[in-house]
Design a protein around this ligand. Sequence first.
Ligand SMILES: NC(=O)c1ccc[n+]([C@@H]2O[C@H](COP(=O)([O-])OP(=O)(O)OC[C@H]3O[C@@H](n4cnc5c(N)ncnc54)[C@H](OP(=O)(O)O)[C@@H]3O)[C@@H](O)[C@H]2O)c1
Length: 250
Amino acid sequence: MQRFKDKFALITGGTNGMGFATAQQFINEGGSVIITGRSVETVNKAVEQLGERAFGIVSNAGSIKDLMNLQQEVGKYTETIDLLFANAGYGKFAPIEYIDEAFFDELFNMLVKGPFFTVQQILPFMKNGSSVIFNTSVATEISMPNFSIYSAAKSAVQSFIKTFATELTERRIRVNGISPGHIKTNIFNNTGLNPEQIDEAVQNIIPTIPFKRQGEPSEVASAVLFLASDEASYIHGAEIKIDAGISVVG
Ligand SMILES: NC(=O)c1ccc[n+]([C@@H]2O[C@H](COP(=O)([O-])OP(=O)(O)OC[C@H]3O[C@@H](n4cnc5c(N)ncnc54)[C@H](OP(=O)(O)O)[C@@H]3O)[C@@H](O)[C@H]2O)c1
């Protein structure tokens, strides 16, 4: 399929995981992609892997300075963005007693301010028929210990799906979200856990997943591309769960 021939996507946090998988599929279907990430190394490596229709911007979703530069940086590559996937982020989890203001601000800056100002800054590039997709989380539905700040931040993003959809209807920009369950990515890499601890945490999670496996980033990418495609032309203000049913099966 070539659903995105001559289309341009901006994918924040496109150097790895779901963002990278979405970039790969978008390019495979004829499009061009700009990805962001926090370091020159990760961005350059991903752009190299993605090929000649990929471009990279080093931009920290938690930095207001970087967010305010985004428009200028994106303008170097394209005048139009057809898909904006606001995806950048990581998880950080701690009991209520251990959370200080720096922890709180780190997550809210990256996960709430980041997507808000990314969309605000990129709106001038978005025309009739384009699409914004936010990445939320199953953590908005399932209460888990140590997730207070992460879940609250993702719930704020869920709210953006509705308010942005309302505000952007007139401009014919569709706004939707995806809510992933447990997906096999580097999500735990910023938690301070070592590889053995991460593996143990994952092994403890797997029996709780109805399909008894983590999701693949490509399984999320397929849903993002569906929402961005003309096949989803009547879908607006919605959120698709990609969680093997964990939020309803329990
Ligand atoms: N994996 C899951 O189970 C799961 C479930 C629900 C929701 N999510 C959400 O899915 C999104 C993508 O995460 P992932 O699971 O695909 O993890 P991942 O493999 O670690 O990928 C995260 C991506 O975001 C980038 N990134 C992280 N912090 C950033 C920042 N401050 N500014 C710009 N880019 C940043 C990373 O790039 P650099 O390292 O190059 O900066 C990387 O490209 C996140 O919003 C996460 O909260 C994940």
